[in-house]
Design a binder for this molecule. Sequence first.
Ligand SMILES: *Cc1c(COP(=O)(O)O)cnc(C)c1O
Length: 451
Amino acid sequence: MNTDIWQEDDKKYIWHPATQMKDAESFAFPVIERGKGPYLYDRVGKEYIDIISSWWCNLLGHCNAEINAAVKKQLDTLEHVIFASFTHRPAISLCRELTPLLPPGLQRYNFCDNGSSAVECALKMAFQYHCQTGHPERQRFMCLAGSYHGETIGALAVGSMDLYARLYRPLLTEAIHIDGLDCYRCPYGEQRDSCNCACIEHAEAAFARYGNVTAALIIEPLLQGAAGMRIYPPAYITKLRRLCDAYGVLLIDDEIAAGFGRTGTYFAIEQSRVSPDILCTSKGLTGGYLPMSLTITTEAVYRAFYDDYETHKAFVHSHTYAGNPLGCTAATTVLRILQRDAVLETASATGTYLHAQLQASLGNHSHIGEIRHIALINALEIVASKDEKKPYPPSRRIGFQIARQAMKRGLLLRPIGDVIYFNPPLNIDRTTLDQAVAICTDAVHAVLGYR
Ligand SMILES: *Cc1c(COP(=O)(O)O)cnc(C)c1O
């Protein structure tokens, strides 16, 4: 194995996120030296296509010249300042420019520094809102089967994936999990495009039972990323919004993965033609440059906290790096590029192209169950048997094997179990995508054979 002193010392010191460190014994982690557009380069000059946008956050390519220039300029002006009772123009500009792109009604911004914190902020805000509007009995949260909202204790509690949460259950408050969402294996036999959302019956049952003691329902709109890039129809959210209204439950829209054009619109929930009460965003917000997140809410929620000091209604929630000016500057620059270059329209067309290419190369493979897609995101679900949609035993680590084959060939895949996916920067070019599809196809063939 080809290791160098940096890789040796990496193994000596660093505990990588969500990684079984023993895997490094058989596969040294590439030491990434620089990035350009959709490409990353390691110390020996090997090129990797970053087809997963470095964990879904890199929106407009690495070392984007415009974002670099804006951040450098801000760096020489003001790097950071306390955000409690101080303000600055980068934060104000960001809110000004983002507000017209948000679902109607959202206009009050709370700043945090990562996705999980934005979710924590939303949960506390919803809970306190009800306490201060005469409903202290609303202490529960609802979430959807297969949901993922982050890794901190509060966010894990509204997560529905055993992989992340099972071990910690004794530490977590008990959320109400709504069953139903798995369109690939739909028990009602509906097709995603013509679906009537019969599975809403599970949500109806949950609201009938717990609707009056629930503070908020939290959802990942249209796209359940960590569950394996599962995609579900907009109509389902419209129905959930109606249930929330009927029972006085707030709707928290976790757009951390889906926001900023990943599903074809600025925010995924737009496609359902409804607004949430609280929206969380992060990942693409700064173009994947800096850790920042926003929890944005309505005037109605904000007003429940606005009173004389002695009433103790303030939202006492803070993070040291809240509102960091470098992050705000990167975010504002991203918004300007997205609008000026009509990036979403181009990405949508590129997404159609990518899907056709993947379908032509791998659509007929006997172990690719489906290739689902929304805008540029394409996910391949690998199965042992296509007819029965039967998965491989997890111990075979099929997705992991394919990713390793792809890495050898210069394509950065990070599978979710046996789902491998493309979620590239929105401005990726077709030539790079052709290359990525070819490598992915070779990697699948190397592990699963040609048919
Ligand atoms: C990534 C993600 C989070 C957590 O964000 P972090 O910045 O990793 O804490 C929360 N919700 C969704 C939908 C995500 O994809």
